[in-house]
Design a protein around this ligand. Structure first.
Ligand SMILES: [Fe+2]
Ligand SMILES: [Fe+2]
Ligand SMILES: [Fe+2]
Length: 325
């Protein structure tokens, strides 16, 4: 009986991966028009082709495992309730927002394939494991390309701003960071309700304290630069579609998914701060740039700590389904 259960779980992970790829496709198709320059557009175009390939590879594995297309369609429909769709709803309207959401999405995919890989290995399906490894590496490579393009992304985002507006830009990016930290705090407050103990719960609690301090540091810079509380509210509204807190209310799920979302969320923050740092440097605002540099170190540490928990998170997710003791 346990062996049947793990095969069924593996089909679910494959179906989730399929759903992620299906939802990535329209984003990758829309991205080149929003990318900001031709080089950036090409980066997304190439990944659209890779995304098509990922979808096909995952479909092949599902078919080989006897999941019928009709069944696949039903389950894919059901999974649209998960927050991968938030990426679509967030309507990236600048090259910078597009890059932030794309980086976060690639890391969502990265995490999903790490989990799929572990479940495939436990299920003894080496072909699925091989496919998971191959796709994971391409998602990570895309994430690296996005990170390597932040200079150009910021350049493209600021192109139409006059130099006089640079301080205004710093305030705008700080307001967005303030709103994102608000979401981070919500996410981290709910995390321990899903993973009650262990390393993941511990790091959520620790990073919650850090996130509160980060939000305060951002707020202090906003006040020093004359940003009004009203502006904080506006930025929070703009981020409304990214309401991770609401997601967790609607979808209390496995430790594996929680780890994947938390990991992706760190990269949403990382992308925002990488851009904010560059904008602050251009504005000659060394103090903001220095504070952001320190926050970035904390975000990257949190992301790699979450990543090192994927093994345990996958095991805990299977255990919560009764597959593992
Ligand atoms: Fe991808
Ligand atoms: Fe943060
Ligand atoms: Fe964070």
């Amino acid at each position: 009986m346990p062996s049947d259960d793990i095969q069924e779980q593996l089909n679910k992970y494959l179906t989730d991966a399929h759903s992620i790829e299906v939802q990535a496709l329209p984003q990758m198709k829309a991205a080149p028009k929003l990318a900001g320059d031709q080089g950036l557009a090409r980066m997304y175009e190439e990944h659209e082709r890779e995304t098509e390939e990922h979808k096909r590879l995952v479909e092949e594995r599902l078919e080989a495992r006897g999941a019928s297309p009709a069944k696949l369609k039903d389950i894919a429909g059901a999974v649209t309730a998960v927050p991968f769709v938030l990426f679509a709803k967030s309507q990236p309207d600048t090259p910078g927002k597009l890059a932030s959401h794309a980086l976060s999405y690639e890391h969502m995919e990265h995490a999903a394939y790490e989990l799929l890989l572990r479940v495939a290995e436990r299920a003894g399906d080496s072909e699925t494991a091989e496919v998971a490894r191959r796709i994971r590496d391409q998602e990570l490579a895309m994430a690296e390309r996005i990170e390597a393009s932040f200079d150009r992304t910021v350049e493209a985002s600021l192109r139409d701003q006059s130099p006089d507006d640079m301080n205004e830009q710093v305030v705008k990016y700080l307001s967005d960071a303030h709103a994102i930290e608000g979401q981070s705090i919500q996410l981290l407050e709910r995390g321990p309700q899903i993973v009650k103990e262990g390393e993941l719960a511990k790091l959520f609690r620790e990073h919650l304290d850090e996130s509160r301090a980060q939000q305060q540091a951002v707020e202090a810079r906003l006040e020093a630069l004359g940003g009004s509380p009203n502006r904080f509210k506006d930025a929070a509204m703009r981020l409304g579609a990214l309401n991770w807190g609401a997601f967790f209310q609607a979808q209390p799920d496995t430790p594996g998914k929680l780890a994947a979302f938390a990991h992706a969320f760190e990269f949403l923050e990382i992308a925002g701060y990488e851009q904010l740092r560059r904008v602050a440097e251009r504005a000659g605002d060394g103090e903001t740039a220095a504070i952001v540099g320190r926050i970035l170190e904390q975000e990257r540490t949190a992301a790699s700590r979450i990543e090192s928990e994927f093994d345990r998170a996958a095991a805990a997710a299977l255990a919560s389904q009764g597959v593992l003791r």
